[in-house]
Design a protein around this ligand. Sequence first.
Ligand code: F6R
Length: 233
Amino acid sequence: MAIKLEIIQNQEKLYNRGAEIIANALKNGAETFGLATGGTMLPLYERLRNSDLDFSHCQSINLDEYVGIPKEHHESYHSYMKRQLFNKKPFKVTYIPNGEAIDIQQEANNYEELLKSLTVSLQVVGVGENGHIGFNEPGTPFNSETHVVELAESTREANARFFNSIEEVPKKAITMGISTILRAECILLIAIGEKKRFAMEALLKGEITEEIPVTSILQHPNVIVLTDLNVGE
Ligand code: F6R
């Protein structure tokens, strides 16, 4: 298996290790970072914000963005990234899909074209309770490129904690596809907490299935998984 599994039960240490992996990538010349959002990434970005790392010569490209809320909305991924990272650690260029585009399908196509012109050195990903990566919900073909998705009800429920009510959670998003994500040179997956056990156990079982999108990364030659779950021991 091309996965390097690191089980670190102490979350402080786990996130220190995550920040170290990013620092090492930077030191080794990485210039394009694929970034993720969500609760999992908050302590990681806190560490990057408080570090002496300099990303000002780098570019970042995010996995996904909601459709149907303005960029200025507190929970848009544009706002999240500014708050959690970019205001404190500016990059030369940052890319996030435009969920406000009039033609969101065209926006997804343009984002894919952009991604094809770049080489993502390190792609950071979280995982959904149902095994989604980016917003690629179960059943998404592994050859998918950047596309518009209907969010699964379970994903909207999981993300409702960031909004005033579930009604406010957008129903659609633009996300890198599975094949888009797999083009990165290296993938760093972080999975924290019991809610991620199903996805992590499926991953470590080793069976590759479109029903559990995270298992697609088993096809990738260079993956690091950081988890606090005692899986695969
Ligand atoms: C976020 C993303 C999602 C999250 C996943 C886990 O950009 O693409 O796949 O990584 O939904 O979310 P949290 O970290 O909130 O459990």
